[in-house]
Ligand binder design. Structure first.
Ligand code: ZN
Length: 237
């Protein structure tokens, strides 16, 4: 097996590892940004729920005050009853008192229902607050995890890039330009192994020519797949 085949295989492997690292370096901050957007949405929902609860409580208070003022009205009417002389007037006041009491009773039922709603909403809000707090701490953990790993990954990528530059010495001078163009265009997919027996390119599964295989064996220069344009190297046997 010519040395260059091994070197190209090694170069492919280095490109693969560098590409995987670049993906990871990119995906971390993307995931974090998505989570942060999710957190903002949850916080906004929480704020809306807090406001809604505040309004419900205010409504209970408003209705309780109404009931209070109606009771005062009833008290006043009862005082007035002691002073009336005419039976008609007496009856009218009694009927007004009965009407107000009925209204009070209705409103008290409504207040009771409102208060039950407040209780339910308070419990839901507490659960929602706990959920947002838990999510916020998860996002924070993710952020610090990414920060910790990023430095190590950047250093690793730098090492890989240096190793790639060094390994590129196996690319003959005349082939450098096309090699660079291919790698720029295809990244770590710029290479493909080829089986010398079946002559199948592992990139596109088309059969390479016998001449291409013999060129690869000679390893004087880079051999490209005629179909997919990948840089070929002989498969490990
Ligand atoms: Zn191919």
């Amino acid at each position: 097996m010519p040395a260059t085949a091994d070197d190209l295989r090694g170069l492919h492997e280095l490109h693969r590892r560098a590409s995987a690292l670049r993906d990871r370096l990119e995906s971390g901050p993307k995931t974090l940004a998505a989570r942060l957007r999710g957190l903002e949405k949850r916080k906004a929902d929480l704020e809306a729920a807090r406001e809604a609860l505040k309004k419900r409580k205010a409504e209970v208070q408003r209705q309780e005050l109404q009931v209070q003022s109606q009771r005062t009205r009833v008290d006043d009417l009862r005082v007035k009853l002691n002073t009336v002389k005419k039976n008609d007037e007496y009856k009218a006041i009694m009927s007004e008192i009965a009407m107000i009491n009925k209204a009070i009773s209705h409103q008290e039922d409504a207040i009771l229902e409102l208060m039950q709603g407040v209780e339910t909403a308070s419990a839901e809000l507490a659960a929602q607050e706990a959920d947002v707090a838990r999510f916020a701490s998860e996002v924070e953990a993710l952020r610090s995890d990414i920060e910790t790993k990023t430095d190590a990954q950047r250093a690793q990528l730098k090492e890989l890039e240096a190793a790639i530059a060094e390994s590129e010495a196996v690319v003959p001078e005349d082939d450098r330009e096309r090699y660079r163009r291919t790698v720029r265009g295809k990244g770590d997919d710029a290479f493909a192994a080829v089986d010398p027996h079946t002559r199948a390119c592992h990139g596109c599964y088309q059969v390479a020519t016998i001449q291409a295989i013999s060129e690869l064996m000679n390893a004087d220069r880079l051999v490209y797949c005629k179909t997919c344009g990948r840089i070929l190297y002989l498969i490990e046997e």
